[in-house]
Design a protein around this ligand. Structure first.
Ligand code: GRG
Length: 304
């Protein structure tokens, strides 16, 4: 599928990201099922083939194109981010975390296999993501120094200062009401860090200059928090069938959410404000991107 410079819809961008990225995720699933026999390899394959929306790959590919990148091999980098995201979902659903049975329209990995196998599959996805990143960067013909910088962005975002740290705070905050600044910090880490990294990685892979990558990072920062606010809203307005995951989980776990603190309408409005601000960050840097604008709008108006 070739890239397009005319105004794309979010639906088309997500479909293209899915098409490009799923080919790589599927190849890796098959390879890992051979490399790791038995339930562990099967669980890896099951997790990697999970039919997610591929929002992070779409953001990464769009950021890459916004800085002039044109090679579809960017999908290898997008697959690496999706692998980190997939690991986070597998672990998030475990009984020791959010304890969920249903994800991406099917049984969670520990329900399909068992807790020990899903725990191992989740951990194994981290080095798999590193291997995907190495392959993706090599396929783009980028140098080892760029690979090192990109690995640092991805794995710092996935670590204590980002996704794991945010999840940690989120779990610690269960059963108590947190105020908005603390909740925003949790969202920024748990969900926003990887989304921001996806945007930055697209810019880095396309060899954007530091100011441009900074603008993509600022866009990702705003849209990452907006994504989690929209997720909070959907958790209490959507159905499990529509979301492909159990609706009403935040309430059941007594989680602090934007909806709990502000109500549905004000939470929705806050997400829209952040989406507008995200696009304004790109405009201010002289990097207008109709694709990233369409994805920002999708992230805060989606219904699944
Ligand atoms: C060891 C404390 C500790 C943490 C491990 C589990 C974990 C790391 C982090 C959890 C991060 C997480 C699951 C955040 C929620 C992000 C979120 C809103 C996910 C849903 O993303 P979508 O809607 O899902 O893009 P699909 O299925 O479409 O890909």
């Amino acid at each position: 599928m070739s890239s397009s410079t005319s105004s794309p819809t979010a639906t088309a961008l997500l479909a293209e990201a899915r098409h490009l990225t799923d080919a790589i995720l599927g190849d890796w699933a098959t390879r890992l099922e051979c490399e790791i026999p038995g339930a562990n390899g099967a669980a890896l394959g099951y997790a990697l083939r999970g039919p997610g929306k591929r929002v992070r790959p779409a953001l990464l590919i769009s950021a890459y194109r916004a800085v002039g990148g044109r090679d579809d091999a960017i999908a290898g980098v997008a697959a690496a981010v999706e692998a980190v995201h997939t690991y986070s979902l597998v672990h998030d659903d475990l009984p020791c975390m959010d304890d969920d049975d249903y994800r991406r329209g099917r049984a969670t990995t520990h329900r399909q296999f068992d807790v020990a196998t899903a725990t191992r599959a989740g951990f194994l996805l981290v080095p798999v993501a590193a291997r995907m990143l190495v392959g993706g960067v090599a396929a783009l013909g980028l140098d080892p120094e760029t690979l090192g910088r990109m690995a640092s962005v991805l794995f710092r975002a996935g670590g204590a200062e980002g996704m794991v740290g945010g999840q940690w705070l989120d779990l610690a905050a269960e059963q108590r009401v947190v105020e908005l600044p603390e909740l925003t910090a949790i969202h920024r880490g748990k969900t926003g860090a990887l989304i921001r990294a996806a945007c930055e990685l697209g810019g880095m892979a396309g060899q954007g200059d530091p100011d441009t990558i900074g603008a993509l990072s600022a866009y990702g920062d705003e849209i990452g928090v907006a994504f989690q606010i929209a997720d909070d809203v959907l958790d209490c307005t959507g159905t499990s069938a529509q979301l492909g995951k159990t609706a009403g989980r935040d309430e059941a776990l007594a989680k602090s959410t934007y909806v709990r603190l502000l109500g549905i309408e004000r939470a929705r409005e806050e997400a829209l404000v952040l989406a507008d601000r995200a696009v304004a960050r790109l405009d201010a840097a002289g990097l207008p991107s109709s694709a990233l604008a369409a994805l920002a709008d999708y992230i805060v108006t989606r219904n699944s």
